[in-house]
Each structure stands twice: as C-alpha cells, then as structure tokens.
Ligand binder design. Structure first.
Ligand SMILES: [Zn+2]
Ligand SMILES: [Zn+2]
Length: 357
C-alpha cells in the first residue's frame, strides 16, 4: 500500500470484484488552459460505486483495468489554467464529475448529460474522484457560497440528480407528488419537489427505518406498500392521502418493478411519470394504463444544464437541507468502510474525507 505521507496523488482503486487498494497515481495535469486542479476533500458513495465494487460492472460498463472509484466530491482549487477566470486557488467547489464533449448533437442541443462521448468519473474506462487531486474544466466546478461546507458540497452530486428528475417531471406549485424509494436520491427528490411548491409529497419505501427518516424530512406523508397487487397498493395510497383520482406526478427512485407498477397506477389521467431509479434492465410494464390515462413518461439520467447551479442555490437559500443526510465521515485510509456501510444500508450518506494538501 502506498503511504499517505509520501504519495503525491494517493488514490482508491478498484482492482477487481471486492478488491481495492491504494495506489500512488501521477499528479493530474492541466490539459487545457480552462482546466483547474482540485484537492478533493469529501466524497460520498452511492449505489453505482458499490455496484462496481461488488460486480465489477454495470450493464455494458465493465471494469477491465484498475479504476479509481468515486464521483460525488467537493474540494479546494489548488491550481488554475492560464485562461481560467471564474475560480482562484483556495476556492471551495462542488465538482461535476462528467465531462461532455461539447460537439455531439445532444451537447449542441443543450442536453449534455446525453453526450455521445461522455467522460464520466468512475465509469469505465474513466478514473473517479477518490484521489488526492482531480482535474476538471472550470465550468464543471461550482463555487460554494460561504454558508455551504465542503461536506455539503459533496452532496451536490446526488442533489443534482434529484433536481434533474424533478425538472423532468415539471413539478409545479400545488401539485401532488409520490416518490418511490426513500434512499438519498428519493429523499432529495422529495426535498426538491417541496422546494418547487408541491402541496403533497409522499415517500414510498419497504423499509420502515427509511420511512421514519422520510417522515421528518421534506415529506407530507409516507407509505409502506403491502405484498398485495400494485393496483391495490395504489388505491390505498390514494385513499390514505386524499389524492382523489390520483397523483399529478410519480417519480421512481428505486428501480424496483413493483414501484414502477404502483407509480403508473397511482397517477391521475394525464399525470406524469419519471423513471430515475436503475434496477433490472427489463421488467413487465402496465402499458395499457399508461396509454389509456395518456400519461407523460420520461426517463432521467444524471444532470445537465443548470442542475448543479440550482442544487447549490437550493441549499444556500435554505430551501433544501443536505446536512441531515450525512451520517458520518470516514478517513481516506478507511474508504472501503463507506462501501460496506452503503451495502449494509447503514445510515444515509457516509462521506470519505480526502487527503489534505
Ligand atoms: Zn452517485
Ligand atoms: Zn457531446
């Protein structure tokens, strides 16, 4: 194992399934005058990181060579390129970890999260942010206002995912929203929907501790589905919450097939359904209900134009609280513990502290 004291760019590397190690990687370089180097200070771990650690792959993304993990980070600017104007050494920033090509059709149409040539941290073959230093273009770094800590900065990644989902759903004031899955992204969807003016936000999960947390975090109610068919759960959800003919918006942040079914059935005619969670790639789907209710169905992938900026703004203005989601912090040397915690469903968000300069 590389020693913390002497390593120039200590990195947490996935070698193979359940095989991790610390490597001293070369210092990142400014590849472009608009690049900045960040000393990474806090990194959150999410389901996708844990999936790579456990299975070495997500769908078609297969880890073939050792890969640095992590993509939910915040840090301190330690070097700036000659053309950088918006940031200076010492600035605290949230790091957006996917660099779009800026040239393909989706990029040029303003949907850079759908870039055909995306280089995304900790998605093979691109290294992640669990390193002492990381390089990004300046416009993928978001300066944290003084009332936001670096720990909160690391939460801007999952919050941006939630912002994108709720924007895809076009949640507007007075609407009723049902969110399936009360993990970090589901909870943050509840918080963003509330900030967007939803009058009722109902969190659905099959784990009571998660619902207990959701109850005191940005929801108006919670719901525990039973083992009965989705149509029956949807009926009970509507009745218990006086949703009349159904909810305006259903968001899936779980990826679980029963949630997808209940989500479709809980919507009113003309409602909107957004798929944010990633579960099995093929499922059965109540397509007749989607058709006859004339639902709007949308996917949501990562985050795009304006999402990080809005995420920072929502927390800075006190509309969304991300502090409550932070369960604890482990040292960089104990990074694997954070993976074990997520796997075991312990807490909500464990952060890994970075290697300070
Ligand atoms: Zn993530
Ligand atoms: Zn592109």
């Amino acid at each position: 194992m590389a020693s913390t004291a002497t390593a120039q760019n200590l990195s947490f590397v996935l070698q193979g399934i359940h095989q991790v190690s610390y490597e001293d990687r070369p210092l990142p370089e400014l590849k472009n005058p608009h690049d900045v180097i960040i000393n990474v200070r806090y990194t959150g771990i999410c389901g996708s990181d844990v999936h790579y650690w456990e299975h070495g792959a997500i769908g078609n993304f297969v880890v073939k060579d050792p890969m640095v993990l992590g993509h939910e980070s915040a840090g301190v600017i330690s070097k700036v390129g000659s053309a950088v104007t918006s940031l200076k050494v010492g600035d605290h920033v949230a790091m957006e970890p996917g660099i779009a090509c800026r040239r393909c059709e989706p990029c040029k149409s303003g949907k850079y999260n759908l870039c055909e040539n995306m280089a995304f941290a900790a998605t093979p073959p691109y290294d992640g942010t669990l390193a002492k230093y990381y390089v990004l273009p300046e416009d993928f770094c978001y300066k944290l206002p003084t009332n936001l800590s670096l720990q909160e900065g690391a939460l801007m990644e999952p919050l941006s995912v939630a912002v994108h989902i709720v924007r895809q759903a076009s949640v507007s004031p007075g609407q009723t929203v049902v969110v399936f899955g009360a993990g970090p992204v589901g909870l943050l969807c509840c918080a963003v929907a509330t900030a967007f003016g939803a009058s009722q936000v109902i969190a659905v999960d099959i784990q009571q501790p998660r619902l207990d947390f959701a109850k005191q975090y940005a929801t108006t109610a919670t719901f525990m589905p039973s083992k009965s068919p989705a149509v029956e759960n949807a009926e009970r959800l509507k009745q218990e919450n006086n949703l009349g003919t159904g909810a305006d918006v259903a968001i899936d942040a779980s990826g679980a097939e029963p949630s997808v079914h209940t989500g479709i059935h809980v919507l009113r005619n003309g409602g909107t359904y957004v798929q944010g969670g990633m579960g099995r790639s093929e499922i059965q789907f109540p397509i007749m209900a989607a058709c006859s209710k004339e639902l709007t169905l949308k996917g949501s992938f990562r985050y795009g134009s304006g999402d990080y900026k809005l995420a920072v703004g929502l927390v800075a203005s006190g509309k969304v609280d991300v502090k409550k989601l932070i369960t604890g912090t482990v040292k960089f040397e104990d990074a694997e513990q954070a993976f074990k915690d997520v796997k075991a469903g312990k807490g909500i968000k464990t952060l890994i502290a970075g290697v300070a300069e």
